[in-house]
Design a protein around this ligand. Sequence first.
Ligand code: SF4
Ligand code: SF4
Ligand code: SF4
Length: 305
Amino acid sequence: MKIAIEELAGCSGCTIAVLDLHEALLDILEKAEIVYAPVIMDVKEPPEGIDIAFVTGAVRNRENEERLTLIRKRAKTLVAFGTCACYGGISGLSMLDSPEHLIQHVFRGVSTTRPDAPIPKDVPKFLYRAFAVGDLARMDYYITGCPPKEMYLSKILPALIAGEVPALSRKSVCSECDRTMGSVDGWKLRRRHEGVPDREHCLLGQGYLCLGAVTFGRCGASCPHSNVPCHGCNGPSLDILREPCRDIYNMMIRRIADLTGHTEAEIEKEMYDVAHTFYPFTIGSLIMEDKGISKIRDLVRERSL
Ligand code: SF4
Ligand code: SF4
Ligand code: SF4
């Protein structure tokens, strides 16, 4: 069994998550050989005959697109691995800025570069937008998470290598959270730095924008367990993915209205920085943008002008 890990526009954290399996990785390596993984070995191009390839990162430039096409040809099974690959992830946030400004900011506007330095010719050109890998190539499986969490990877990877699909939870983060539901009297929206949340009660009910209800689980609700609201890094919950009339923003507004008794209009007035608050991991996904009720298209248009 030959496996590969391809890197597109991401932070390499997903590959490191595989290394973080520690001893469990040794069991996997008894059955499978890693033949290509640019972050951890010096191989420039994926070989022929890969059985399973994991693609991490989004598609943001021409080189990412070419690499995705090549790995699709060379792998029998292709897995979108991590939230950047599945939904554009953090890389998608680059769509809130113009390509010219991004180039200026990354290659010229930092203290270690000259503002007038020419851009090297081999820097790949940006595509007009970010893409999730499934927007451009056929995927066989999706594993979300930024990065996918060890407690599930240690079940998923051995099963895939054995040709099986593990039976795991498909529920939202809320289903893994043990906080008491309900809202406090006089509910009002709170920024994360305002006060210290009570450890027993639902964070959303206390006014903190916890996206647990609209986010796919399989992280053990690790942020709420640490008294931090979920910010949606596992991507949308399955009901949002499946239902055209459900979107992260509109479902959160509806949920807060149900929880607090305020009208949806009142709640919407309180919302701030909708792009970074509700879509930081999904803005680069065509599937999420193409929903008629999604705010992504307007947000990108407004911010990138
Ligand atoms: S999903 Fe998260 S950890 Fe993985 S490449 Fe993207 S930003 Fe990095
Ligand atoms: S909204 Fe957040 S804090 Fe409340 S139950 Fe869901 S995950 Fe837990
Ligand atoms: S609680 Fe939310 S933000 Fe935290 S790891 Fe889970 S999905 Fe990601």
